[in-house]
Design a protein around this ligand. Sequence first.
Ligand code: PEP
Ligand code: MG
Length: 951
Amino acid sequence: MAKKYVYYFGDGKAEGTSNMKELLGGKGAGLAEMTNLGISVPPGFTITTEACVEYYKLGKKYPPGMWETALASLKRVERSMGMGFGDPERPLLVSVRSGARASMPGMMDTVLNVGLTLKTVEGLAAKTKNERFAQDSYRRFITMFGSIVMGVPREHFEAILNLKKEEMGVRHETQLDARALRDLVERFKSLVKEETGKGFPDDPNEQLKLAIDAVFSSWNGARAITYRRLNGIPDHWGTAINVVAMVFGNMGDTSGTGVAFTRDPNTGERKFFGECLMNAQGEDVVAGIRTPLPVTELGRTVPPAYKELEHTYKRLEKHYRDMLDLEFTIQEGKLYMLQTRVGKRTGISAVRIAVEMVKEGLITKREAVQRVGPDQLAQYLYPIFDTQSEAGSTPLGKGLPAGPGAAAGKIALTPDRAVEMKAAGQRVVLVRDETSPDDIHGMNAATGFVTARGGMTSHAAVVARQMGKVCVAGCEAVEVIDNQSVRIGSKVFREGDYLSVNGSTGNVYDGDIPVMESEIIQVVQGKLDAKQSQKYQLFSTILSWADSVRTMKVRANADVPDQAKIARGFGAEGIGLCRTEHMFFAEDRIPIMQKMILARTKEDREKYLEQLLPLQKQDFIGLYREMEGFPVTIRLLDPPLHEFLPKREELMVEIAQLELTGKDGVKLEEQRRLLARVEELHEFNPMLGLRGCRLGITMPEITRMQARAIIEAACELAKEGKKIVPEIMIPLVGMVAEMKSQKDLIREVAQETMKRYGVKLSYLVGTMIELPRAAVTAERIAEEAEFFSFGTNDLTQTTFGFSRDDAAKFIDHYRTVKIMDADPFATLDREGVGSLMKTAIAGGRKSRPGIKLGICGEHGGDPSSVEFCNQLGLDYVSCSPFRVAIARLAAAQAAIAEGDAKTTVKKAAPAQAKAAKVVKAVRRAKATQTAKAVKVTKASRRPSSTTRKKR
Ligand code: PEP
Ligand code: MG
């Protein structure tokens, strides 16, 4: 049977449903569902995403049967409307709209009023007894079709329109009468002829075909591609097309069009929220060309239609059990719904809506957890303006608070400049009259944007909400003078001047107002009472629900006590990585460290290590205190020693200067010795050189000192009655013999230390899995290692052979030319690195069933990688303290997905289901073990800080 490429909807019945988003696109599925619910939707049909994919496969040709079925469906639309496509008496017009699976606002094309011809325009005028309306629709059609389908620059049409307005002495196009519009139509047609050498098509079927081609082609337009890259939407999805009978919002004062949300998409407040424009057509609202009225205004202008709209939105929200984004048109007092889909929202509102919908009994807690994207949760951590500084500043203007948060930066007036300024390391605020999909690269580069025109549903506002940017839209005080200057209120700014933008209030200020931490961070740091912050309440509620479903633990990478404190505040359940070298980098320690490195004999080295010991011990005591009852994984020294010494070139300059002045002979000698040692330690490939466990093996006194500091600190606290759980981690192990040599040394020191203190501690000695050799020989390594923690930064580096410090230079290019989808240093490469992890896990479990498994590379805070770790059955992920909350949510979502996946797997693939069962059983067993071994104190959740990202 031939594939079905076209799905009809109309007369209360649709061939599709809301579950067919992949095939019909979001818009098509929504139209089908509304039709089935008996909501007033104009009839039409959806051409599937599969048809688009085929269209490209066939070299831009329709798949067999598609066009014929489209024409047959069009006949049904004609019958339903009692009109004919191309019929001069009762002309049917249609809109041709893109609609992908995932919403891509404004990124693809739409053509309205298809079917207008020399004859039908007269028919439309006669039937509606409104010549002006018919000509207005025709000139809009020629503009849209001429620019989108025939490639005539839109500005050329606009220039002619402006000229006409001037000639007629009017300000707005709504003031042009039918005659003027008729003349405009003629001029537009001449323009098309001049620019393309072709006449404007007058056959409705040809128009429809060309419009369908253009919409399919817009899937691969530059802005759609950029958008897909930014939002991780696969290129192979294709777009669906909706061909729908036109209804008109531009038929006079009882007609209009609007966009609305069933709740506030910025704050999440439960109130009907939206905008409308009277006597206007669909695109006018989204394009932000005229500043619209609040949707509630319709209650005054067209009360029955508004009543129906209210009834419809409530019904739809209940039906979909989510906040929805609606598009509608009112034609002479009658309401038509044109679109419904799950509404885009800020992170702030996503959490509020999810939490409140649980309280309203609309959704379950589990669903609430699934409704908030981990990166949306991150918006709770965005900075706000310093309250006092903001109170002391007078706003230059106020617009709509379209993207919450605070941003201060240098003004860029074009998207290209925004990109350049960002590349030069500047914070950028993009200021525009209005934004369009072509600005997307600049919007991505800016931390915030301000537009002079447009409402809460304008392009700028929609994009800000999605990207999590700060945005003030429709700020009338803004007047862009040219590409270099802008007037805001009474002041003229040049590009590069500072501007501060409060996207929560809509205020725009002169200068660079300092920003301060978000309420959540203030609570976590103990600066704000949790009870006083509604945001914190929402944040912690959703996270507590996440905690109740996740199975993986979340730890933090923290090196010093105040980071550990913040990590606890965000709910970290231990430290997964303390990079001890960060303690040596402290100002008071570096000279001792340098002396230790410069020492020529073991005895000398030990003397300086002895000085470092108490300092390290104090750090560990601090960490243990913050993490009492939770495991603390301490990694032995990892980087090559030359990292602690000054740079070779700097030393050479200093020596040359000392030689020149000849003043300080002692210093000169000292620096010469230092240089000699720096040169001795120099390595061509330090990442593959004397680092990790190789250091501790060649200089065992370092390992000895660190082991002593770790165990002494634990013993001291154990004596105070504290429950301390140290896990000592050996870096960069590739061979079991390396592991054994370090472990034996540590055990020896630990035994001796515990004896000295008269304390019996339980502690673990394990390793990082950072090298392919470690992964493939994990079975042997686990004979010695009591836990594995995947160091996926190094494991990615060594698996790909990409230097982690230099790969950024070509990874971007690799992504552009589609060699790679994502940066493997940010998102775990499941195919390669992931496969080594699987091998390591299998090996590790073979010789040590129930071996503790974690990850502490940067991937531990990346939601997609967290999901993968959950699939692998890791016990925990460890990430930067500020990512802990995000990882908690991601781990919960992974657990839910895994549960769901397992149900499907069980039916489809018994072998995989069995593997999944094993993972579950191991987890259960471990959970019982841990519960017995560690009495977890439910300590108050307090505050943290960043870790070293990459070397
Ligand atoms: C790693 O390699 O993933 C890791 C956590 O160690 P570092 O980043 O310190 O090399
Ligand atoms: Mg490493």
